[in-house]
Design a protein around this ligand. Structure first.
Ligand code: NAP
Length: 551
């Protein structure tokens, strides 16, 4: 049945400016792309309605996109059996050429994946980096890849794209599915999903391999082929020769608030830049549920704030997501080698931020993605109505606890002292929400059964006595560690905790190498990261104007 366009004429999902952007993008579509939507009355109805709307609006935007809707209760419609659809709603993308499906409506973060896969399917190109494509070309048996997602998980679209690109690269052997866990809780439960993105790769003989988190393309391809954990070093990209170097004024490593601001300031000073980000744009702020202390935004989701900042930066510079710096050589020029390319720059800014610190308690690794999480924004929704604990007493821990409580989880904060270090405003909110706090306690052990967290053994920091706390989830928020390994490799001086030592203009001990944001330690706020980013860029502009460095 052709999609009923008229009944969805009003109340558009895609806003007008988005439509104009997509229309321009779809002008270059090569091959036609069919979107097949499958629904069943009484099953996930609001999501089916959303998916029909989305597919229909995309159909409206380009003659090369055709949406059809298939109702499982229509006995005349044979497509459901033909395509083997068992979950509703489901959307297939270019099903005559590829095995790419969305199980559940792609809500929130997953929306942009639809556009990207649609464009790639039309072009018939996976868009995988050369090494990843080459590895997948060596695959000789079938693979089914299922990526479980949540609508608020900033890392999920990247992992879904990994799977879809793999299916585009090897349409003969790979099927890929993005499964929205909130719409398909029984599928998520059966797969043991306790954190997203959660990827299950299966082989025809029943072997399965699980990946938790967002993986770089090369490692993803490797694990799809071998069904085994692959240490990243083992398949490190060979650095291209000097002839392949792209020349520019500055390479900025890290696309959080500091890196993006540095790029804006540098470009506005007339310096050419590229921003390289190994994960996703936005850094730690992207996974901060709510930010209430960034001037101009009384209350804003961290992801939303970073989307605005990233859009602003993109007006000036190129931001490369999923591009990881592997090696830096400092000479008269600074050479930067990544998993994709090589750059020759006059200067470099480290804005690599920090990543969460582990507790170091037994069970933490074993139950990671199975109840243990470091990202309440990604995984919080799975704990609605359930008991969870948050470990830590800083701003992150209290922000996470409030977010989880608002999602409907029963939260207990576990803090090793008798006072929080978080700002008073957050402490007041925690008290107002009636969130339970276990003072003077640490997590001694994370306990579980059947591969899921069932509780914690807590130890008193006062008298060493132990107690049990029944929870299904543990959110760890015990601080950050500096991502300064690369900087240290080239001799950048660091201080306690690995934070980079800088002068008041963000210069490091190495000429034309700067650092900004969380990587320099200190109060580690978004506003300070932004300030340090601009300072680093302006110092760089001043230094590069020096005749000695004019090259
Ligand atoms: P943090 O401020 O370093 O707090 C870490 C917390 O974990 C502390 O309460 C610490 O206890 C506790 N802790 C550390 N190691 C532990 C262990 N092994 N076992 C149990 N507890 C442990 O880290 P954060 O909260 O992630 O914040 C990092 C930075 O980002 C801070 O500068 C913070 O202000 C900033 N931030 C700001 C915002 C915001 O303003 N909206 C939001 C998030 C983060 P003690 O207190 O006893 O040391």
């Amino acid at each position: 049945m052709a999609a009923d366009k008229d009944s969805h004429a009003n109340d558009k999902l895609i806003p007008d400016d988005g439509r104009a952007h997509l229309q321009a993008l779809f002008k270059d579509l090569k091959e036609p792309v069919a979107l097949e939507v499958f629904t069943k009355k009484g099953v996930n109805d609001p999501y089916s309605e959303y998916l029909i709307k989305l597919a229909t609006e995309l159909d409206d935007l380009a003659p090369k996109i055709t949406a059809t809707v298939h109702d499982a209760d229509d006995p005349k419609d044979k497509k459901i059996a033909e395509r083997g659809v068992e979950v509703f709603p489901t959307m297939l993308v270019a099903p005559d050429r590829y095995a790419i499906r969305f199980l559940g409506a792609p809500l929130g973060e997953e929306g942009r994946t639809v556009i990207e896969v649609l464009v790639r399917a039309s072009a018939g190109l996976s868009g995988l980096a050369q090494d990843a494509a080459k590895r997948l070309d060596e695959l000789t048996e079938k693979r089914r890849i299922r990526v479980f997602t949540s609508p608020t998980c900033p890392y999920c679209p990247g992992q879904v794209l990994n799977a879809f690109k793999a299916a585009l690269q090897r349409p003969d052997l790979i099927t890929a599915e993005a499964v929205d866990s909130s719409e398909n809780p029984e599928l998520a439960d059966a797969a043991g999903v306790g954190g997203v993105p959660h990827t299950v790769v299966s082989a025809p003989d029943g072997r399965e391999h699980v990946m938790v988190g967002l993986f770089p393309e090369e490692r993803f391809a490797e694990e799809v082929v071998t069904l085994e954990d692959a240490a990243e070093e083992e398949h490190a990209h060979a650095a291209p020769g000097a002839e392949g170097l792209q020349e520019l004024d500055a390479v900025i490593v890290g696309a959080g608030p500091a890196g993006l601001t540095a790029a804006i300031y540098a470009e506005r000073s007339g310096l050419s830049t590229v921003v390289l980000e190994k994960d996703v744009i936005g850094g730690q702020v992207t996974v901060t549920p709510v930010v209430e202390n960034y001037p101009g935004f009384a209350r804003v989701a961290g992801k939303q704030l970073m989307d605005v900042m990233a859009a602003h930066a993109r007006e000036y510079t190129h931001v490369h997501e999923g591009e990881e710096v592997r090696e830096i050589k400092v000479g008269k020029r600074i050479e930067v080698f990544t998993n994709r390319a090589a750059y020759s720059a006059r200067a470099l800014i480290f804005a690599t931020g920090s990543t969460w610190r582990k507790l170091g308690a037994p069970g933490e690794d074993e139950y990671f993605g199975r109840g243990v999480s470091y990202c309440s924004t990604c995984d919080g929704y799975m704990f609605k109505g359930k008991k969870v604990a948050v470990a830590g007493g800083g701003n992150t821990a209290l922000t996470d606890a409030l977010h989880l409580a608002h999602l409907g989880a029963k939260v207990t904060i576990i803090h090793r002292r008798d006072a929080f270090r978080a700002e008073q405003h957050l402490q007041d909110s925690v008290a107002r929400e009636g969130i339970e706090v276990r003072w003077n306690a640490v997590v001694e052990r994370i306990n579980g059964a059947d591969g899921r967290v069932t509780g914690l053994t807590l130890k008193s920091t006062v008298d060493d006595s132990t107690s049990e706390l029944a929870v299904e989830g543990l959110f760890v928020a015990v601080g950050q560690k500096a991502n300064s390994a690369l900087a240290q490799e080239i001799g950048v001086r660091t201080e306690q905790g690995g934070f980079i030592a800088v002068d008041r203009n963000m210069r490091t001990n190495i000429p034309r190498v700067y650092a900004a944001g969380d990587i320099t330690g200190g109060v580690r706020q978004i506003v300070t990261a932004v300030g340090e980013g601009s300072t680093a860029a302006l110092a760089m502009f001043e230094d590069l104007g020096n005749p000695y460095w004019k090259q």
